[in-house]
Design a protein around this ligand. Structure first.
Ligand code: NAD
Ligand code: USQ
Length: 383
């Protein structure tokens, strides 16, 4: 297949590009390096330095003999993305190219507007480019489980059948997201559903949970092929953060009571799910939604797992329930369906003790690079 990966310099985009390239697909990546600028704005760095995308693409070719086509530009610039899509003619477009952080989006009016503009306009440009140049292609769009929020009823995979005043219809599942970032994904989903219904495009919205993990088979091939690992309060996700905190003798920052429950998955399963979605595409006019996670845990569960891993490694790990900088339910019902990707053949890599131990070990080996000033949360949902 010809696979176009938007956001190919990112945590998930780069390993995905290598995965498709390794198995023989023709791969092109797009990025405007916005993430590297957001890091500079907030004085943040990934745990280990990440070579430029140009250097990683060269290293990949040196290691494997395979070429990844690279396009530098902003998908909010419609002329740029039109040109890329017209020339490359993808069979599938994997869209990761958005601002991914809830705290980033909540730090100011500017950041909220920027996040929604970047994400919603970029996604709309991709839809219009598809309609014009490759209406048969399949859009695989990264959405988020956080679109649903934490409703007091079971979460279905995207759609809900409702009986109302004696009549029945199937509608998009009601959304109650928890940040302006998560809201941008809700707006994207509504726009994609419209494009499928009205123009006949084919799309899969992957409502992904919180991703953890450092390595994939391809990132391990050479140090220059590694992907970014964030532990800071803006871009670091919870397990990655707790491991760094444990490795550096800091108390684990559980926000509030810690009963917040989310779906989680290993970065290796992100790649597996995206590949499954590409290999078994949605049909023309179909807007398919998969809940992309393998296990659900509370923040407290995650902290307990890291505490136990620390104990096995001879570390004394303490858990601290700090005031929650976010506005979110800290104890709630959570039961989200996630069978559709399993039905397609997903073989989950679960969060076993061995996985936590290996991650902790890797983080400990690089703990000298940790910047302590970026760990504690400073962005509050409600001042
Ligand atoms: P990331 O920030 O590491 O990667 C996103 C990439 O997109 C960055 O390299 C960035 O420079 C690029 N980008 C952003 N806006 C762009 C634009 N306008 N034009 C061109 N490139 C642009 O984020 P990630 O963690 O790899 O997440 C990838 C996607 O998956 C995001 O859409 C995110 O919302 C979604 N997601 C991530 C997680 C997670 O836990 N990491 C979970 C669920 C969903
Ligand atoms: N949390 C803590 N302590 C911390 C960090 C986080 O208790 O030090 C809590 C948060 O309050 C939240 C939960 O852990 O309740 C998850 O937070 P997170 O920062 O790991 O993840 P989140 O902000 O939800 O965002 C991440 C990705 C985002 C993706 C989302 C999937 O950054 O791109 O969309 O996970 S989901 O959560 O399913 O919406």
């Amino acid at each position: 297949m010809r696979i176009l990966i938007l956001g190919g310099d990112g945590y998930l985009g780069w390993p995905t590009a290598m995965h498709f390239s390794a198995r023989g697909d023709v791969v092109a990546v797009v990025d405007n390096f916005a993430k590297r600028r957001w890091e500079l704005e907030d004085g943040i760095e990934p745990l280990l330095p990440i070579p430029t995308l140009h250097a990683r693409v060269r290293r990949w070719q040196a290691e494997t003999g395979k070429e990844i086509e690279l396009h530098v530009g902003d998908i909010c610039n419609h002329r740029f993305i039109y040109t890329v899509i017209e020339r490359f003619r993808p069979d599938a477009i994997v869209h990761y190219g958005e601002q991914p952080s809830a705290p980033y989006s909540m730090q100011s009016r500017e950041a909220a507007v920027y996040t929604q503009h970047n994400n919603v306009v970029g996604n709309l440009n991709v839809l219009f480019a598809m309609k014009r140049f490759c209406p048969q292609a399949h859009l695989v769009k990264l959405g988020t489980m956080g679109e649903y929020g934490t409703p007091n009823i079971d979460i279905e995979e995207g759609w809900l059948t409702v009986n109302h005043n004696g009549r029945t219809d199937t509608v998009l599942y009601p959304k109650k997201p928890g940040s302006f970032y998560h809201l941008s994904k809700v707006h994207d989903s509504a726009n994609i559903e419209f494009a499928c219904r009205v123009w006949g495009l084919a799309a899969t919205d992957l409502n992904q949970g919180v991703v953890y993990g450092i390595d994939t088979d391809d990132t391990c091939k050479h140090a220059e092929l590694r992907t970014s690992f964030h532990y800071d309060h803006v871009f670091g996700t919870v397990l990655n953060r707790f491991l760094v905190q444990a490795a550096t003798g800091r108390k684990l920052t559980v926000y509030g009571k810690g009963g917040q429950t989310r779906g989680f998955l290993n970065i290796r399963d992100t790649i597996q799910c995206v590949a499954l979605a590409c290999d078994k595409p949605a049909k023309a006019g179909e807007f398919r939604i998969f809940n992309q996670f393998t296990e659900q845990f509370s923040v407290r569960d995650i902290a307990n797992k890291v505490e136990a891993a620390g104990k096995r490694a001879g570390l004394r790990v303490q858990i601290d329930n700090i005031p929650n900088p976010r506005v979110e339910m800290e104890e709630h019902y959570y039961n989200a369906k996630h069978t559709k990707l399993l039905d397609l053949g997903l073989k989950p890599n679960l969060l076993t003790d061995a996985v936590v131990d290996t991650m902790l070990d890797t983080v400990r080996r690089h703990s000298g690079a940790v910047q302590p000033a970026t760990i504690m949360p400073t962005i509050k949902w409600k001042q």
